[in-house]
Design a protein around this ligand. Sequence first.
Ligand SMILES: [Cu+2]
Length: 226
Amino acid sequence: MALISVPANRSLFGKAFATLAVVAGLLASMMMVTTGVAQAHGSTVDPPSRNYGCWQRWGSDFQNPTMAQQDPMCWQAWQADTTAMWNWNGLYREGVAGNHQGAIPNGQLCSGGRTGGTRYAALDNPGQWKAVTKPRQFTLDIWDQARHGADYLRVYVSRQGYDATTTPLGWNHLELVATTGRYAPSDHYRVAVNAGSRTGRHVVYAIWQASHSDQSYYFCSDVIFQ
Ligand SMILES: [Cu+2]
């Protein structure tokens, strides 16, 4: 009996230990994910930036082939690089020293000048990005998961006649409509935007200059003005 029960016990112990190890590993990875979010950054969440919107709508179902028809620009973005959505809060550059137009070429505004290589490049592609309907006066909301604070926000809206479905966004397509002073570190920075007499589909372009270091964020949000 002893000869049988000892290996059986060892085996049981081994299984229990393996299970514990798996649980410990899962807990560790969950903590890493949690920490990653806590140390992460942010994005425009209203109106949602391109990759934040794609993450919101498809993050739990990103391999669903119906996305190709229902939300084609998100589909191509997920196909190009899933990390653009998982890292929806990481679209920033460092050391720009306020020269945003110098750092970001025309046609690459929505990827922050292809920050991180090609990770966010698909966000620059023109097409039928899902757009949220907004009144011409609305509040833009940036979610700062890291509580960096803001030296300033700048909000641009595309000129009437610019077509985001056919043309990659350039600085020449934008008009500055709001600029702010400092925000103390917080979860959300909100700014009132007046889009004037614009109608139809537009791109709202927001720059968030974080305060903890020279870290600048660039967000394209697609809207339809009523
Ligand atoms: Cu950050």
